[in-house]
Design a protein around this ligand. Structure first.
Ligand code: FES
Length: 118
């Protein structure tokens, strides 16, 4: 049994793990319905500044969703796609953490963080 599976069995909670560019892992318990940005800020995970507070106007919540998890989120909207053009070192995995809403299916999710924010 994985750590994520064990802790995520708590009602209404999932476990996700942030992985910094340096390889440091931050596993956190998060309420279903919160955003990935909320999860980072509520748990003082370094690397997500979220200067606009989730308004999809700043691009300082850039993160990477590994390919295995990509389809678990709705595709990015036009505003998010536009902002990601300004992200630091964007890839096909790039998303804005404020636009990623967690569901029960996200228990065990891994989110990678860029080495810098734009
Ligand atoms: S917090 Fe500003 S775009 Fe996500």
């Amino acid at each position: 049994m994985t750590v994520g599976g064990r802790l995520g069995s708590l009602a209404g909670m999932v476990v996700l793990t942030f992985v910094t560019a340096a390889g440091v892992h931050y596993p956190v318990d998060v309420r279903v319905g919160d955003s990935v940005m909320d999860a980072a800020l509520d748990n003082a995970v370094p690397g997500i500044r979220a200067q606009c507070g989730g308004g999809c106007t700043c691009c300082t919540c850039h993160c990477y969703v590994p390919a295995a998890w990509r389809a678990s989120f709705p595709p990015p909207g036009a505003d998010e796609v536009e902002l990601l053009a300004y992200a630091w070192s964007p890839t096909a995995d790039s998303r804005l953490a404020c636009q990623l809403r967690l569901t029960p299916a996200h228990d065990g999710l891994v989110i990678r963080l860029p080495s810098e924010q734009a």
